[in-house]
Design a protein. Structure first.
Length: 101
């Protein structure tokens, strides 16, 4: 992964995970220092993400099983420092998370 937005190295947070269920819930909290966040769907079900809003099934950012949603980090990728929420059509689906500041 390249360096931060201004060419400085990233500081990597400890890798973590969030459990996504059938109601919208937090995947990662807002962080004003965020330069990049990578969210990987580590489940066998589709997961939908929403930035700074409640997640809704079949709306927003679709992350298929085994796929990645990345915010920031590379030229052209949108960066959000807002909270990211998720929802799935099956209870207890996990996403893995790596945040860089």
């Amino acid at each position: 992964m390249p360096g931060g937005v201004e060419g400085t190295p990233y500081t990597y947070s400890a890798p973590t995970f969030a459990t996504v269920g059938v109601a919208s819930g937090a995947v990662i909290a807002a962080n004003t220092a965020r330069q990049c966040v990578v969210i990987i769907n580590d489940s066998t079900s589709d997961i939908y993400l929403a930035v700074n809003a409640a997640a809704v099934l079949n709306r927003g950012i679709l992350v298929r099983p085994g796929c990645v949603a990345q915010f920031g980090g590379e030229a052209g990728l949108p960066l959000t420092r807002d909270a990211i929420n998720g929802i799935a059509n099956v209870a207890s689906r996990n996403v893995t998370i790596q945040e860089m500041t």
